[in-house]
Design a binder for this molecule. Sequence first.
Ligand code: ADP
Ligand code: MG
Length: 618
Amino acid sequence: MAKIAINLATGSLQKEEIIVGIDLGTTNSLVAIIHPDTRTPIALKEHNSSSLVPSVVHFDAYGNVTVGEQAKALLITEPQNTIFSAKRLIGKSYNDIKSNASFFSYKVIDDNNQSLVKVQVGNKFYSPAELSSFILKELKQRAEHILKTPVNKAVITVPAYFNDAQRQATRDAGKLAGLDVLRIVNEPTAASLAYGLGLHKDEEKTIAVYDLGGGTFDISILKISNGIFEVLSTNGDTYLGGDDIDNAIVQYWLQQAGIDEEALKENSAFAQSIRLAAEAAKIKLSTNDIFEGTLNGDALTITKKVFETLVKPMVDKTIVCCTSALKDAGLAIKDIDVVVMVGGSTRVPLVKETISNFFGRQVNDTVNPDEVVALGAAIQADILAGNNKEVLLLDVTPLSLGIETMGGLMDVLITRNSKIPNKAARQYTTHKDGQSGMKIGVYQGERDMVKDNRKLAEFNLTGIPGMPAGLPKVEVSFLINADGILVVKAKELRSGIEQSIEVKAQENLTDGELEKMLMDSITYAKEDIATRALVEAKTEGEQLLETTEKFVQKNVAHLSKEEMMATAAAMQALQLALTLNDKDIIHTKVEALNEISRPYAERIMDTAISFAMKGRAV
Ligand code: ADP
Ligand code: MG
């Protein structure tokens, strides 16, 4: 029996091809490689410019896309079509982000359900993965320009707390940018690798990685043993970072000058310049005792002493998080062997001092804190390429494993290159009222539609007790044992009925076929993701029509004549849109129907919760 595992160093990789490491950050992104001659990691940059690319995407009126510094310059003056912090949306539903909706100055679609969020720019809708893919494309192009060679393979980092959906969406972003994402690596793991931690087999260490970036703060406690990183705990504040320091400086200046905060709202050009001046002041104060600048002829001054009184409350907040992270890991300060500093904001001396004092030791800060994650990703890429013989390569799944969901889509449970043994589970629900059976189709491959992947098995979970659509909870679990045998189990959690099947996933698959499947996923990435977006839009539209229909029938007595007519018209428009293969038109009509039904749904139900899909239907 062939094992499902394949050694990437000898199997699907061409030796000479470069694999880059990418830090796809909330604020800044960058690419790094292992220099082929010196064998040391370096961040790629054009002559005389920074390695950092601001993670900002701007769309002009004609749909042209610019990424980076140029886009960042338009953030405040063109808020509706300049997208920042797309990483905060990736893999999330509107429900996940609605408490922070006011943070986004562009339009995040509120369609009141649990499917993934979309961003609207003009009359186009983008998924966060698409937005991130624009950043990755820019990075790929820059790398190709600097290296003068095609770049097709990458390792991309994500925060340690990213869930399955967020990791999958990051992979999709890579695929859309034409990158084969060999592995998704945790940012704190990458940062540790950049300090040479975890590269030796017998090393056992407990590491605290303190990451204060532009808009987020993360503390991760990791343990390495036998060359494997384990995340013991994570903590942090997803709305605390360098941006808050900049804001505090702006507030201070406004206060000094006796200017009302409202002035910023009325004059976006002024708001933009004073923000940029604040960031410049902050950077200057990392190495100087005073910042003296001017804006429109007026003096802008701030001393290090004042600056530190502004920063101190923020640093204190991070200490609270560090304490919680230690507690969650079941550790005391003395158990931490190494402290690693990550993120541009750790350049602030007060931050370094405070953290060093808290942990009672010197912190690791010799590697450039805004490059350290990308440098570590490059080291991981080099290990995957088989160039670092000292590090042991674990058995991994050569292709992703998943099941078929509505519309023939592939829903991946175990991504390719996952360590073996492995397990994963996800919940699904029914689509029709009283549905008593569910077909579970098991597939292997990287394409978005199951018809383009390899079918491994199919079985029926039967005997689901009669319930309204969306109520049954069917947990599908995948278990791959050390021999590469996959066991797929489906269990309806309310009734306890279950069914399982054994699959030998690797059988009859040659290396050549494997290679082709991987190549195809990149070649057809654009079409695939477009198809997925369309199928998802159609499914959403169909389900909305069904729930609206049901709702209206049930509540006909509570609706006015105008409401009935408007609803019927919007439903008809959506029905018509579903016959066109254009996801943007479908989304527009879904939005329009939601706009009409939301007020009466809320009036009748108090909340519009019943309108939300209760889970993914199979
Ligand atoms: P992210 O990981 O969120 O993408 P980065 O690690 O690139 O973010 O950090 C970006 C933040 O670091 C910005 O707020 C930037 O102003 C800040 N920063 C960069 N250099 C310095 C410095 N010398 N002193 C203080 N803050 C800095
Ligand atoms: Mg970062």
